[in-house]
Design a protein around this ligand. Structure first.
Ligand code: UDP
Ligand code: MG
Length: 316
């Protein structure tokens, strides 16, 4: 079968209330679209009728495809599977709850045709979210951006278009704790944004309760930064300086001012020195553990965008 131009990837977890409307809107969207396309649904172990409804959709329309998980593996892995199976020249990841409007996909495709490799949807306005979610998301993305060395777009989720070469490199990143939006930012290439107003979810409830949101935030920070590990070393240096100062004062109090209680100086000096040595050594351990962690992720050392007058060195 020839490669479709556009693949839409939609992770689905217990979305039976949304699927009929989703289908209607996708079909209308595909009809207006003048290019060959496919829709890859990933059923992330739904326990409601989502999977059956999607199967019916696939039986009735060959452009619909379905990958169904054996259990719930989580949103980020569902996206990963979708991207693994999508065959399009451009792949768009979007939520199944109609919070990512198909109309915006047209703008993304336009940008892609202009030569961009990644076009992410940037939320200008969000409807139907709790105040708490809006504020925590705003804070999280700013803290995240400040902590990590790569440039990440603010106020974006996983709604984005990726060119095939980005998809192929993304498939090579197999780390377990996945923060896909960060991985795509890490890949580089020519990236741009389209602004859109994010509507509320069409039906049903969010599949991201606070517990999952926190986990996700921790995954995001720890997969791109070893700053928290390094913190022990920073604290160690700070406490060492304070401890040595205090130990010096204890010695001064004993031998110059002669007002120290018997045994106090030795105790203060010992505790201060031991505490600072311990923290510093934890910092050193943290540094090595951080390096082990970076190595086991096995990310490629670099990503090549194009080659000029260069061929693969086959003899090597
Ligand atoms: N989702 C999923 N697996 C999960 C949680 C969510 O595949 O474990 C899907 C869900 O069906 C939806 C998308 O991921 O298509 C985003 O989830 P949701 O809309 O609940 O998140 P929110 O928009 O509230 O952040
Ligand atoms: Mg949603």
């Amino acid at each position: 079968m020839p490669r479709p131009v556009l693949s839409l990837v939609l992770p689905v977890f217990n979305e039976e209330d949304v699927i009929p409307e989703l289908r209607t809107r996708l079909e209308a969207f595909l009809k207006d679209l003048d290019v060959a396309s496919e829709v890859v649904f990933v059923d992330d172990g739904s326990s409601d009728r989502s999977c059956e409804l999607l199967k019916v959709a696939c039986a009735e329309d060959a452009r619909f495809r379905l990958v169904s998980f054996s259990r719930n593996f989580g949103h980020q892995r569902a996206i990963t599977a979708g991207v693994d199976f999508a065959r399009g020249e451009a792949v768009v990841v979007m939520d199944a709850d109609l919070q990512d409007p198909p109309g915006v996909v047209l703008e993304m495709v336009e940008k892609w045709r202009e030569g961009y490799d990644v076009v992410y949807g940037r939320r200008r306005h969000r409807e139907g979210e709790t105040f708490f979610k809006l504020v925590t998301a705003k804070i999280f993305y700013r803290v995240f951006a400040a902590m990590i060395p790569i440039e990440v777009p603010l106020d974006t989720g996983d709604f984005r278009l990726m060119s095939r070469r980005v998809v192929l490199t993304l498939r090579g990143l197999r780390e377990t704790h996945r923060f896909v939006r960060g991985l795509v930012a890490w890949l580089g290439f020519k990236q741009t944004a389209v602004l859109y107003d994010r509507p509320g979810r069409f039906a049903g409830e969010t599949k991201y309760p606070l517990r999952k949101m926190l986990r996700f935030a921790v995954d995001g920070i720890t997969s791109f930064s070893i700053l928290p590990l390094r913190f022990a070393a920073y604290l160690g240096v700070f406490i060492s300086i304070a401890a040595i100062g205090y130990a010096a004062w204890a010695v001064y109090a004993k031998y110059v001012r002669h007002d120290a209680v018997q045994g106090w100086t030795a105790l203060v000096v010992l505790v201060a020195l031991l505490a600072s040595v311990q923290l510093l050594m934890i910092g050193v351990l943290g540094e090595y553990i951080g390096r082990i962690y970076e190595e086991v992720k096995r990310r490629p050392l670099y990503v090549v965008k194009e080659k000029v007058n260069v061929e693969a060195d086959d003899d090597a």
